[in-house]
Design a protein around this ligand. Structure first.
Ligand SMILES: [Fe+2]
Length: 339
């Protein structure tokens, strides 16, 4: 398929604006027969890329992804159908996660949870969507703990999905955190499950930041401040809406405290010890895995670094306060990436 161009009048284009709603390209996998065409927005106009009456094919979706389209536009009735199919599929896999092939189930679940997260970014105040995300993530946490040997492969499968980093980063960092906690045998099962949830939901506040900010090649100080404020937004969005205790919500609110330490390290400025807040090992681990996964993956404004380079910085961030945990982290990562 080539990206078909449609010639529409100026007025028709404006009418379309009122009827179309954005969806993630990946969500097209959940579409059945489309009642209307699907469009991309390029060069100031909508162009139809998938015809009405058809079911989007794998090839069509792959081409859109290859052409760097993150979102496409569909008529509201098609979008509603797709969202409903996505939620039904996620509920179904959440209920039957432990029945059948764990790798297949885990892969499917990770994809659907990530796509649902995209929906939540668009509708952060939708309680039903948030609870579905919460429950399916909670279930996934238990499933991953029960399927330790499959964790590295499931992690790599999600990495290969090529989701936008706002969708993949929360899950990748949380999966790595969970695997690490399980490897050091210091946490109770319930603690691991809750920290996995807190780590995953910590970035939900990104919903409050305009999409285009995430694809900027250079960030002004103001942009950086705005992006950094997602931790506070996450806390505000989640407080009173999900069954996670205050401790975990506090971890979410402060999950970027290490990033400030990191900036000071990079700028080689001296930290003012008297103003430093002391965070526990749980917060440190949530933050460290977030940094580790972020640093080793590419961003529009910088290339990804090697695991070795990233670990060197992580060492500076945590080895003074948590030397044992840092040593365990190095051993764990070696093992995890070997699999
Ligand atoms: Fe974050």
């Amino acid at each position: 398929m080539s990206l078909a161009q449609s010639s529409m009048s100026y007025i028709d284009q404006h009418r379309l604006c009122l009827k179309l709603r954005p969806i993630l390209v990946g969500e097209l996998y959940l579409a059945r027969k489309l009642k209307n065409p699907v469009y991309v927005y390029k060069g100031g106009a909508f162009s139809a890329v998938i015809n009405e009456g058809s079911v989007p094919t794998k090839d069509q979706i792959s081409i859109l992804i290859k052409n760097n389209y993150r979102e496409v536009y569909a008529y509201a009735e098609d979008v509603d159908d797709i969202k409903e199919n996505l939620q039904t599929a996620l509920i179904k896999i959440t209920r039957s996660l432990s029945v059948g092939d764990p790798l297949l189930n885990g892969t499917k679940d990770l994809k659907l949870i990530s796509l649902n997260l995209g929906g939540l970014y668009q509708n952060p105040y939708d309680d039903q969507l948030l609870m579905l995300q919460f429950q399916s993530t909670q279930n996934l946490g238990k499933f991953l703990l029960d399927n330790k040997r499959h964790q590295p492969q499931l992690y790599q499968t999600l990495q290969r999905e090529n989701f936008h980093f706002t969708l993949s980063q929360p899950m990748l960092s949380s999966m790595l955190l969970l695997a690490f906690m399980q490897s050091i045998h210091l946490f109770h099962e319930k603690e691991m499950e809750n920290l996995f949830l807190a780590s995953y939901l910590k970035d939900i506040g990104m919903a409050m930041i305009p999409d285009d900010k995430y694809d900027l090649k250079t960030l002004t100080t103001r942009d950086q401040q705005l992006l950094g404020s997602h931790a506070d937004f996450s806390f505000d969005l989640l407080e009173g809406r999900i069954p996670l205790s205050k401790n975990y919500l506090t971890i979410i609110r402060h999950h970027h405290f290490m990033n400030d330490k990191l900036k000071e390290l990079v700028a080689k400025s001296k930290r003012r010890r008297d103003q430093e807040i002391v965070f526990g090992v749980e917060s440190t681990l949530v933050s460290v895995f977030d940094i580790l996964v972020a640093m080793t993956s590419e961003r529009p404004y910088r290339p990804g670094q090697s695991l070795f380079q990233s670990l060197d910085l992580v060492k500076k961030l945590m080895a003074d306060d948590y030397p044992q945990e840092f040593r365990a982290l190095v051993v764990f990562l070696k093992q995890f990436y070997k699999n």
